[in-house]
Design a protein around this ligand. Structure first.
Ligand code: GNR
Ligand code: NI
Length: 175
């Protein structure tokens, strides 16, 4: 089931998500919905808070629709090491139509539970590394615009306000 994605600013997106105590069928069902939602929205990642669920779960596919596509579900992900620095132009499914440069670590090592509840460790670079950092930020109530200047963030806030207003008007006129 494709779920609705919250648009920033939203109080849910500022909250810290809770660790998953047990990887069970309800967690696996949520992961399935999150993959469907991410692919439907043409994203490379999605964090559970973006669909209104304050649990530490993210899905990532840094190469969707390509042969090297590697769908990754990470439960209770934790970045345990970072190397180097890089700048990447980031977008966010909760901030549609916007993209800005963000400074990040170039390489991260992340530990997490997979959907079987097995502990995994992955060292990643490139877009995968950026996505891991972007998604773990979401679990701590941080979005990429929190890394920008106040001015840039306020300009984007105004645009999202207009987007929400126009979406509400569209919904009202089609009802
Ligand atoms: O789809 C997404 N693309 C993206 C591009 C550059 C850096 C980060 C991302 S993550 C984003 C999906 C999303 O909002 N995940 O939370
Ligand atoms: Ni995002």
């Amino acid at each position: 089931m494709v779920r609705d994605i919250l648009i920033w600013p939203d109080p849910i997106l500022k909250q810290k998500a809770k660790p998953v105590a047990k990887v069970d069928d309800s967690v696996r069902a949520l992961v399935k919905d999150m993959f469907e939602t991410m692919y439907a929205a043409d994203g490379v990642g999605l964090a559970a808070p973006q669909v209104g669920v304050l649990q530490r779960i993210v899905v990532i596919d840094a190469s969707p629709r390509q042969p090297e596509s590697q769908p990754l579900a990470m439960i209770n992900p934790r970045i345990i090491a970072t190397e180097g620095e890089t700048t990447y132009t980031e977008g966010c499914l909760s901030i549609p139509g916007e993209a800005e440069d963000v400074d990040r670590a170039a390489i991260v090592t992340v530990t997490f539970l997979d959907v079987e509840g097995q502990e995994q460790t992955l060292r990643c670079d490139g877009l995968l590394s950026i996505a891991v950092q972007h998604e773990t930020d979401h679990l701590d109530g941080t979005v990429y615009v929190d890394h920008l200047s106040t001015l840039k963030r306020e300009i984007i806030r105004r645009k999202m306000k207009r987007l929400k207003t126009s979406r509400a008007e569209d919904a009202a006129s089609s009802a």
